[in-house]
Ligand binder design. Structure first.
Ligand code: AMP
Ligand code: MG
Length: 364
């Protein structure tokens, strides 16, 4: 993204498991038929399909007027998830990514166009965020104990040694032949971008099948919307407060857009009263909250879900000010942060152009 814009294309327990976006499209799926001018009822019910993959629930919402063929097409789209997981998971030894992690330091490896597409976007976002988003951060996550969900405090020397094994600049992509090379041993992980990519692939599959209105969820932290819900301009999703999930923050109306939220999830530990979360600043080697207060959550709205997912992680690391400069340069990107405020309170801060699509719940 250094040369080109992104392609157009947590609360305790609940946010902590990614529940910053309420499960349903609206607080309730409206079962009351609306009436149009001729007093004919127009159903506002939704058709809902889901499938578990990548340790999360993927969901498709279609307008109820969808017919049998649409449902077949949606099921077919969900079938894609198996092969995407086989491609991107680092928890499967034979996944394309695991194989790449074992071989790319030896010589350039030609990869499938789909994997190349994710790595290429990941690298663009690595550069555009000045390294805040970095797919090579895994050794740091492991060092801090997040991979086994047992946080530990490494010493400075361990951090410096591990930083030598981290850095997107060590990933060399060749757009001509779609090959990937590491100039040192690296462990790429797509945990902060892969779910978004999966949503984009589901969307592409539905669009090709001729379905242009749908809402997709990848767990509760990633959403992609296309077209509109019957009777509306787009699709409305609710955001809940990261620290108090029962408290709504507001609603975003997405129009052919995607949204993703990053926070410190259920993966954190306390050190000297400070909560240290699983998102690491790959430049310093420390969890984001180590210095300063950090933010409670970063929600990003972008044209596609892969960009929203990666940038939500990047913006969580960068904080509000750097995100502001970013959105000035990339006007199709906007963000909603929940940040600490005086007296233990929190504040919602928006960045970029959100005037027409963000409706905050008024402060009580
Ligand atoms: P997300 O929930 O999309 O923000 O992704 C968080 C996951 O991405 C973490 O659990 C780590 O596996 C990985 N990760 C941690 N820090 C970073 C970072 N700075 N850039 C990219 N991935 C990261
Ligand atoms: Mg992410």
């Amino acid at each position: 993204m250094n040369q080109q814009p992104p392609n157009h294309g947590s609360n305790r327990r609940e946010f902590l498991s990614g529940r910053s976006i309420s499960k349903a499209v609206e607080s309730r799926v409206d079962v009351t038929p609306e009436e149009d001018g001729d007093a004919k009822p127009v159903s506002t019910l939704l058709t809902h399909l889901s499938r578990r993959a990548m340790a999360t629930e993927f969901e498709i919402y279609l307008n109820r007027r969808s017919d049998y063929e649409d449902i077949e097409a949606a099921l077919e789209a969900l079938e894609l998830l198996d092969s995407l997981e086989n491609m991107m998971s680092v928890y499967r030894e034979q996944s394309d990514l695991s194989v790449l992690n074992r071989t790319a330091q030896l010589e350039p490896q030609v990869v499938d166009v789909a994997l190349y597409e994710v790595l290429q976007r990941g690298q663009q976002i690595y550069r555009a965020t000045n390294g805040a988003f970095d797919m090579t951060a895994t050794p740091l996550s492991k060092l801090w104990g997040f991979h086994h969900r047992e946080g530990r405090l490494p010493d400075e020397r361990e951090i410096q040694d591990t930083l030598a094994l981290v850095g997107g600049r060590h990933v060399i992509l060749d757009d001509e032949v779609l090959s990937v090379r590491y100039d040192r041993p690296l462990q790429l992980d797509l945990g902060a971008i892969g779910k978004g990519y999966a949503l984009d692939r589901l969307a592409q599959s539905l669009l090709v099948a001729g379905i242009d209105s749908f809402l997709l969820h990848g767990g509760l932290s990633s959403v992609r919307a296309s077209g509109c819900r019957d009777g509306r301009q787009g699709w409305r999703v609710k955001l809940n407060h990261p620290l108090t999930p029962a408290k709504p923050l507001g609603e975003v109306e997405l129009q052919d857009q995607s949204l993703a939220t990053s926070g410190c999830g259920n993966q954190f530990f306390y050190h000297r009263g400070k909560r240290l979360g699983h998102i690491i600043d790959p430049r310093s080697g420390y969890p984001v909250e180590w210095q300063g207060e950090g933010v409670h959550s970063a929600t990003v709205i972008a044209p596609d879900a892969m960009t929203a997912d990666a940038l939500a992680t990047g913006f969580y690391v960068m904080g509000v000010e750097a995100a502001e400069s970013f959105c000035e340069e990339w006007p199709e990107i906007a963000a909603i942060f929940v940040v600490p405020a005086r007296g233990g309170r929190t504040e919602t801060v928006t960045v970029g152009q959100l005037e027409h699509c963000w409706e905050p719940v008024p402060e009580q």
